[in-house]
Design a protein around this ligand. Structure first.
Ligand SMILES: *[C@@H]1O[C@H](CO)[C@@H](O)[C@H](O)[C@H]1NC(C)=O
Ligand SMILES: *[C@@H]1O[C@H](CO)[C@@H](O)[C@H](O)[C@H]1NC(C)=O
Ligand SMILES: *[C@@H]1O[C@H](CO)[C@@H](O)[C@H](O)[C@H]1NC(C)=O
Ligand SMILES: CC(=O)N[C@H]1CO[C@H](CO)[C@@H](O)[C@@H]1O
Length: 571
C-alpha cells in the first residue's frame, strides 16, 4: 500500500519534473568543495566477481529493442521468470523519466537506438543465455553450482552481442544479476543505458550466504518478506533463515496444532497461513534462495505455552534463585515428559513436510536453567539419568532426543544448531551445521567446532540489528569467516555465514533500510574472493549499489555519509 501510493506520487511528480526542471544534473564537488562525500562508481558490480576484465569500449542498450534470448533447453521457468524480473530492474521506468510525456516541453528522443545510429555509436543487441546442464532444475539446494560466464561484446563474439552461460539455472540468475549491474544509466543524459565491453567469470566463495529474519519479536507482513527476498537476490544472497517463532509470539499456523498460533500470536491476522508460508517459499525458490525455518527449542518458547498446556516447565517461585529476572510462571520446554517428545514428533513431522529444504534450524540457544532447577519432576528425571545438577547435560539430552526424532521422520532433515548445542557436548552427525553467534571470541569457537570436524556457519559480528551513529559497515566487511587459527581442512568446513536482523527493535517500518546496504558488504564477503578487501573501492561501489536499490524501489539507507542518488525523482 505504502509503496504503491509512493510510486503513483512519483509518477505524477516525475512528469512534472521533466516538464519544468529538467533532470537532476551531476554535481562536481571538486569545484566548490560541496557535494557528496563519496564519489559513486559507475556500472561496477557488487559483490565483486572472481574475475572481471573490461575495456573502455562502450555500447548503448536500447530498452525497446534489446532482447534476452535462450536456446530451447534453457527455456526453464526459473530463467524465463528471472529475465522478466531483471528486464524490469534494468529498464524500470518508475523512478526516472525514461519515457517523458508527449507534451513535455523538452524534446526527448523516444528511441535511443536512433540516437545511437545518429551518433554512430555501437549498440548491444542481445544477451543470449545458455545452460549447459541438461535439465531445468526447479529446487535450489545447498551446494548448487552457481558459476557463470558473462561475455559482453567480448572479442570472440559477434560484435554487439553478449552471452551468459552457466551449468545451472541458479548460475544463470547470478549472471543476470551481474549483467543488470553492468548496464547503467548514462550519467551525462540520465536517459540512455550504457554498458562497457567486458568478460566476467564468477562463482561464490561460499554456498551458504544467508539472512536471518525474526518474525516473532515483531510480525512482518508477507509483502515485506518477499521484498527482503528480492533484495537478497540482488546481492546474490541465497539462504532465507526464517526465525519464525520465539518467546514473544507464535505466528506460524500449524494445521496439526492450530492452538499454538491461536493462543500464541500477538493478534488475529498477525500469523502466516499455510498458503502464505508456501508463497514465501515459492517466491524464494524462483530466485534461487532456500528457505531454512528455525523452530528454536527448548528455550525461546514462551509463546508455545498457552496453545499446548503441559509443554513448558512450571517454575516454582519458592525455589527460583535468579533474582536478576522477574518471576515467570513457565520456563523452557519440560524435558522430563514423554508426552512432550510426542508433541515435538508430530509438530516437526508437519514442519518438515511444509519446508522443502534439506536443512532445519533447531535452535538450542540461551536456555535458562533456573526454572528447570526449581521443578521437582525435572529434578527426579535428572536423578534417573544420573546427571543430577548438570543442566547443560539435561539440555544435551533433550537436543539429542529431538535430533533422534527428526531422523525418524519421513522427511528427514539435516540439523543446524546454535553453538551452545555443540558446547554442551551433544553428539552431532557430520552433516550437522553449527551456527556460531556469540561475539566474544568467535575465532576460538570456529577453531573448536572445526577441530571436532563439524561444518560451521558464522553470524557473530554480523548482527545488523545493532546500530550506531556514523559508519559501521567497514567492520562487517573486513571480518573474514576463516579468520581463525586452523588447518586448511578446518577452514574447508566453513560453509559461509548469515547476517542477522533480530526483531526486538525493528519492524516493517525500518527493516529494509536497516538491513541494506549494510548487509551488502557481508554479501560480498561471502561471495567474493577473500582478497577483495579494499574499503575505498567498496565505499564507491556501495554508494552506487545503494542508489541502484533505491531506483529499483527499495528503501536502502545512505551507507557512507552525505550524498544523493542521481535520477531518483522526488517531490
Ligand atoms: C568504461 O568505459 C569508459 C569510457 O571509455 C571508461 O572510462 C571506463 O573506465 C570503462 N569502465 C570499465 C569498468 O572498464
Ligand atoms: C545410574 O547409575 C546407577 C548406579 O551407578 C546405575 O545402576 C544406572 O544404570 C545408571 N543409570 C543410567 C541411566 O545411566
Ligand atoms: C565423520 O567424519 C570423520 C572425519 O572425517 C570420520 O572419521 C567419521 O567416520 C565421520 N562419521 C560419519 C558417521 O560419517
Ligand atoms: C566521508 C566518509 O565517511 N567516508 C568514508 C567512507 O568509507 C570509507 C571506507 O570505510 C572511509 O575510509 C571513508 O572515510
Amino acid at each position: 500500500m505504502r509503496k504503491y501510493a509512493l510510486l503513483s506520487i512519483l509518477w505524477a511528480s516525475l512528469v512534472q519534473l521533466c516538464a519544468f526542471q529538467g533532470l537532476p544534473s551531476r554535481v562536481n564537488m571538486n569545484t566548490w568543495g560541496f557535494g557528496p562525500w563519496v564519489q559513486s562508481s559507475v556500472g561496477s558490480p557488487l559483490p565483486t566477481p572472481q574475475t572481471f576484465r573490461s575495456t573502455a569500449e562502450q555500447l548503448v542498450v536500447d530498452p525497446n529493442n534489446f532482447v534476452f534470448n535462450y536456446a530451447a533447453n534453457t527455456q526453464c521457468e526459473v530463467v524465463v521468470k528471472g529475465i522478466e524480473r531483471y528486464r524490469e530492474r534494468i529498464f524500470n521506468p518508475a523512478r526516472w523519466p525514461r519515457k517523458p510525456a508527449e507534451n513535455n516541453i523538452r524534446q526527448h528522443p523516444k528511441d535511443t537506438s536512433k540516437v545511437a545510429q545518429q551518433q554512430a555509436v555501437k549498440v548491444l543487441q542481445n544477451l543470449e543465455i545458455i545452460i549447459s546442464g541438461s535439465v531445468c532444475d526447479t529446487q535450489p539446494k545447498f551446494g548448487d553450482d552457481e558459476q557463470y560466464t558473462l561475455k559482453i561484446n567480448w572479442e570472440d563474439l559477434e560484435p554487439g552481442t553478449s552471452t551468459l552461460s552457466s551449468p545451472t539455472v541458479w548460475g544463470a540468475l547470478r549472471g543476470l544479476d551481474t549483467f543488470s549491474q553492468l548496464v547503467f544509466l548514462s550519467p551525462d543524459d540520465g536517459r540512455s543505458f550504457i554498458v562497457n565491453t567486458s568478460l566476467t567469470t564468477d562463482f561464490p566463495r561460499y554456498s551458504w550466504r544467508g539472512v536471518l529474519v525474526d518474525t516473532s519479536r515483531h510480525f512482518l507482513p508477507v509483502s515485506l518478506l518477499r521484498e527482503v527476498i528480492d533484495i537478497m537476490e540482488q546481492n546474490k544472497l541465497n539462504v532465507f533463515h526464517w526465525h519464525i517463532v520465539d518467546d514473544n509470539s507464535f505466528p506460524f499456523e500449524s494445521e496439526v496444532f492450530p492452538e499454538l498460533s491461536n493462543q500464541g500470536r500477538y493478534h488475529p491476522g498477525r500469523t502466516y497461513s499455510p498458503a502464505q508460508v508456501i508463497d514465501v517459499i515459492e517466491h524464494a525458490r524462483l530466485r534461487g534462495i532456500r528457505v531454512v525455518p528455525e523452530f528454536d527449542t527448548p528455550g525461546h518458547t514462551q509463546s508455545w505455552g498457552p496453545g499446548q498446556p503441559g509443554l513448558l516447565t512450571a517454575c516454582s517461585q519458592a525455589k527460583l534463585t535468579s533474582a536478576a529476572r522477574p518471576f515467570l510462571p513457565y520456563g523452557p520446554i519440560d524435558p522430563s515428559k514423554d508426552a512432550n517428545y510426542e508433541f515435538l514428533r508430530r509438530l516437526f513431522d508437519e514442519i518438515t513436510r511444509v519446508f522443502p529444504d534439506e536443512f532445519l534450524h533447531l535452535g538450542g540457544d540461551e536456555v535458562d536453567f533456573a526454572c528447570w532447577a526449581s521443578n521437582e519432576d525435572v529434578k527426579n528425571y535428572m536423578d534417573q539419568l544420573n546427571i543430577t545438577g548438570d543442566y547443560a547435560a539435561l539440555e544435551a539430552h533433550y537436543i539429542h532426543r529431538l535430533i533422534d526424532i527428526i531422523n525418524s521422520l519421513e522427511k528427514k532433515k539435516k540439523p543446524i544448531v546454535w553453538q551452545e548445542v555443540f558446547d554442551n557436548g551433544v553428539p552431532l552427525s557430520n552433516d550437522t551445521v553449527v551456527h556460531v553467534w556469540i561475539g566474544d571470541n568467535w575465532q576460538d569457537e570456529m577453531a573448536k567446532v572445526t577441530r571436532a570436524n563439524k561444518k560451521v556457519i558464522l553470524s557473530a559480528g554480523w548482527y545488523l540489528n545493532y546500530i550506531s551513529y556514523g559508519l559501521d559497515w567497514e567492520k562487517y566487511y573486513l571480518q573474514d569467516p576463516e579468520g581463525f587459527q586452523g588447518t586448511p581442512q578446518q577452514k574447508a568446513l566453513v560453509q559461509g555465514g548469515e547476517l542477522c536482523m533480530w526483531g526486538e527493535y525493528v519492524d516493517y517500518t525500518a527493516l529494509v533500510s536497516r538491513m541494506f546496504p549494510r548487509g551488502s558488504v557481508i554479501a560480498e564477503r561471502l561471495w567474493s574472493s577473500a582478497n577483495v578487501v579494499d574499503v575505498n573501492n567498496m565505499a564507491a561501489r556501495l554508494e552506487e549499489h545503494r542508489c541502484r536499490l533505491v531506483r529499483r524501489g527499495h528503501d536502502a539507507q545512505p551507507p557512507n555519509g552525505s550524498g544523493f542518488c542521481p535520477f531518483v525523482v522526488l517531490d
